[in-house]
Design a protein around this ligand. Sequence first.
Ligand code: BTN
Length: 327
Amino acid sequence: MNFQNKLLSLLADGRFHSGNELGEHLSISRTAVWKRIKSLRQSGLVIYSVKGKGYRITQTLELLERGKIFSYIDSDIKPLVGQITLHTEVDSTNQYLLNMIDHDYFHGHITLAEYQTEGRGRRGNAWVSPFASGICLSLGWHFDPAPEPLALVSLGTGVAVMRALGRVGISDAGLKWPNDVVWQYQKLGGTLIEMRAESAGPCNIVIGIGINYSFPAELNYSTGIDQPWVDIAKIQQPAVLRNKFTAILISEILRLIKNYAGRNYSGIIDEWRRYDCMKGKFAKLVMPGRTVSGLILGIDDNGALLMSVNDRMEKFNSGEISLRLQP
Ligand code: BTN
């Protein structure tokens, strides 16, 4: 365990710890403790300091552990797991895997990070997830030939996340096209699929999933999150363990991929429709150079969004669309 993680495990009990006490445990000076606290604050953690008492964290904190995660993965899925790499800090778990596409160990490689310095969201947005407060997970997979239709991988990833949430008793979350995970119209997570493919040839896919697990309550819009958010700890008390939920997510995503590779993916669209929380709602679609308002009708059999705009049904395929509920 590195210094940062050791420090966090000491603070994880939610009590005050003096700089001296922390320094003694870690065999570093009080100034060194302070420097590490400062760097943790820079990665989004809220750490209180009170003169004479010390430092304290109030949010639930459970660091990721490879052994625990692996033990919780469904036994029929374990053989599909290549490697699991945990990062205390990385630029982006998706980028980490994209950088290793040409290596043998890309396929089935799972990467997780406590903190991403350049986490990516869809539409070129940043993905903000304070240190150890979310689940930042990517999976690399080599398909040969490429899965058809490709759009279903993206919708299927959303379905896998919903299945994972359902398994831990969160059954009232929903999907907002194409793959935002929401709870009571607040963002709980999202997925970002990036791929490198040759035409009619093999295809390397990186599936990135970000879930808000237990964010500091003080997190606000100034931190770069531009919409209402919610986390698992607010939906469920006590919340499912972070390592356990990570393993369930991995199990569900790999189960989906396994079925894909076996061409057994009928039903994904229908299942996606069951989770659709925007159907029948008036909404705004923002695309580069165009914004439309209308009634959401659902998705067609290829996963395109259907919307009634001025009483005409329009179809949208672009990944550059964002949906907001009209007040
Ligand atoms: C979205 O905008 O809703 C998609 C968010 C996807 C975030 C995840 S976190 C793990 C992986 N690594 C990244 O840089 N992004 C994805």
